[in-house]
Design a protein around this ligand. Sequence first.
Ligand code: 2AM
Length: 213
Amino acid sequence: TSLEETSLPLFFGWFVCHPFQENLRSIAVNFLKTLVSLEAFRKNITDFKEDAEKDIDLKEHFHDKGMLHCTTKFCEYGKADGAKEYAENQAVKESYGCVSQLTLSALFVTPRTLGATVTLTEEQLQLWPANAEEEGVSQGSSAHITLSYAEGVDPLQTGPDLLELVRLQQQGQEGETVQDSELGLLTYFGKGMWVLGLREPFLATACFSSFYG
Ligand code: 2AM
């Protein structure tokens, strides 16, 4: 019915509960601080800024992001393919408003985006729509929380950035391990792409819901 159709949100997703948002933001800030302090990062600084001599303020480069969340389905108020089917999916209806724990297994940064990789549980995968972008990689491997974007970057860039990294790793590219710290293993994949695999995954409580904007 038209009433139901007009009720479709901009997107569905897991919304990180308030206290965890703060933790996640400080983890991100610390990650950037660590990165800029590294010789290996400074050596490749032109990945980020062509005219950078040797310094870049990553906190300036990346703008703060509002409400932290992991998008499951971008519906665009019903205009996106499969939006209605997704909203009517039984698992989606049953999980709506439910709280679960998101497992954040890595942080990644590219010249465009700063994000956290989310490793979905079997149950959470029930809420993950089949999507063409994930062709050739496992379902849910583009699940992420956008922590920040650089100026002028499309708000949908984090998924493609993460997928590029997932594909590189799948092709057997190991990258260059730059630092092995208490936090985890920091690896450089070229073209300004850095991944910090967290030794201890960060668990963030999140509520499955939708956003209208
Ligand atoms: P994100 O999930 O990578 O952060 C509102 O714009 C939210 O929907 C953002 O969180 C954004 O990216 C996501 N989004 C925007 N456009 C999208 C698209 N075309 N496909 C998938 N997700 C999109």
